[in-house]
Design a protein around this ligand. Structure first.
Ligand SMILES: [Zn+2]
Ligand SMILES: [Zn+2]
Length: 446
């Protein structure tokens, strides 16, 4: 969709840069005043237009592919490490603005932002030929929203906006007002772009009240006559949701800074084997593009909860494959339950002798033990067995340790502070993902 970014946006910008650009080189104070003013202006506009704005969750499905910033059609979608998706243009625009910090992580700042490949594909599938209409408009075709073969509200809203801008250029402000209000009402919310056009209209009227009740209710009923978007149904097969790493349906899809998506578990596991001290070290890279991701890895290691699920994808998945998604969730829960169950197996760290009541500090660097620690902590179990490596395959007795504290280093290694709880005897051995498990029986030392 490069044509969009290059033509639509540059055209929009070129036509409407008066008075609304950033104040270059100004002091923080001026920026603050300007932001306050802009916020007040937006709030006032919202109040005046409340008849056209509806609650965001009123039509969930229609909002699936909308930009978190402009609420409009997602053009060149990019997804931040916090899991939010915005148009590339909107993303760039709000990066330095107050109030949008929640969208970004520090990794987003460092990386050039790539298009979210899966979301872009979904948008194309969902809107299909309707996007062609926008393309021809960008190339200068005549605009007539009522004649275009378009049914999706987000696309219609874009078309009305085009029309409004052309009318503004021709100084037909009555028609421009009608058209921009149509755009607002179709999306059901005000965004920066529509607000910009409205403010231009207002400036030209010497404070004359623009939004009479008559105009607004007229627009509202015009828009109410337009059928709602159909729920997603025709996305066809689910191949697009297949994870590159595990070849399963995405579960908790998370998007790399490179714009590629895999399951949360797949990202976490891939990063676990990227420790230079682990002996099987590989530099952290995107599994698809091989682009180095050291800072991303450090950020995830610092706290695995930093990584957020791609909201758009998760919503679509829940809708497109609810049964599969629920199965996955149930499996993940079962795995956790088994991990925690009392008569089940407990994870075993094979290293040294530990004693009840005594502190035991560990340096965790092997990928398998990093995985084990993470599971211990995430499950809330916070315990594992410690057995000495004396014996075949390891000692028959050990001590349960309780994890008091974990300090993760940027490269994923960690220092874990534990304290010994009770002695146990091994009853049955097993293993999972490279580390040992055992069914145990507690005993008291004489
Ligand atoms: Zn946007
Ligand atoms: Zn996966």
């Amino acid at each position: 969709m490069n044509w969009m970014i290059n033509t639509v946006r540059s055209w929009l910008k070129g036509s409407f840069n008066g008075g609304d650009g950033h104040v270059g080189g100004s002091s923080g104070l001026v920026e603050g005043v300007k932001e306050d003013k802009e916020k007040r202006r937006m709030d006032k506009l919202k109040e005046e237009l409340s008849l056209l704005l509806y609650a965001k969750d009123e039509e969930e499905y229609a909002k699936l592919f909308d930009c978190v910033v402009c609420c409009g059609l997602l053009i060149e979608p990019v997804t931040t490490c916090k899991g939010y998706t915005a148009c590339r243009e909107c993303y760039d625009e709000v990066r330095s603005e107050k109030g949008w910090g929640f969208l970004f992580s520090r990794v987003d700042w460092k990386h050039a932002k790539y298009v979210d490949v899966v979301v872009r594909e979904l948008v194309r599938n969902y809107y299909g030929k309707e996007l062609e209409v926008l393309k021809s408009l960008a190339e200068g075709a005549a605009v007539d929203p009522e004649k275009e073969p378009v049914t999706k509200r987000s696309v219609l809203a874009e078309i009305w906006m085009y029309k409004a801008k052309r009318e503004l250029a021709n100084e037909d402000s009555a028609q421009a007002l009608h058209d921009i209000l149509m755009s607002v009402a179709l999306v059901g919310s005000l965004n920066k772009r529509t607000a910009k056009v409205l403010s231009q209209l207002k400036d030209g009227t010497d404070g004359h009240p623009l939004f009479s009740d008559g105009i607004l209710s007229g627009i509202r009923s015009e828009v109410d006559d337009i059928p709602q978007d159909q729920p997603l149904s025709s996305l066809g097969n689910l191949d697009i949701f297949e994870c590159f790493c595990c070849s399963e349906l995405f579960f908790e899809p998370c998007t790399y800074p490179t714009g590629h998506t895999v399951c949360r578990e797949c990202i976490t596991r891939a990063l676990e084997v990227t420790n230079p001290t682990s002996g099987c070290a590989a530099a952290p890279v995107c599994p698809l593009t091989r682009e180095p991701l050291d800072d991303f890895a450090a950020w995830v290691h610092a706290n695995p909860k930093n990584l957020k699920t791609n909201r758009v994808l998760e919503k679509v998945l829940r809708e497109q494959a609810p049964r599969e998604y629920e199965e996955w969730q149930a499996n993940a829960k079962k795995e956790m339950d088994e991990f925690m169950s009392e008569d089940g197996f407990v994870p075993i760290f094979v290293c040294m002798i530990a004693w009840p009541g005594l502190r035991c500090n560990l340096h965790i660097f092997e990928p398998r033990y990093r995985l084990m620690m993470r599971r211990c902590l995430e499950s809330g179990f916070r315990m594992f067995g410690m057995c000495s490596s004396v014996g075949e395959p390891y000692s028959d007795v050990g001590t349960m340790l309780y994890i008091r504290k974990q300090e993760v280093l940027p490269d994923g290694r960690s220092f874990v502070e534990t304290v010994g709880l009770r002695r146990f005897r091994i009853k049955e051995r097993s293993h999972r993902d490279g580390y040992n498990l055992a069914r145990i029986e507690y005993f008291e030392d004489e």
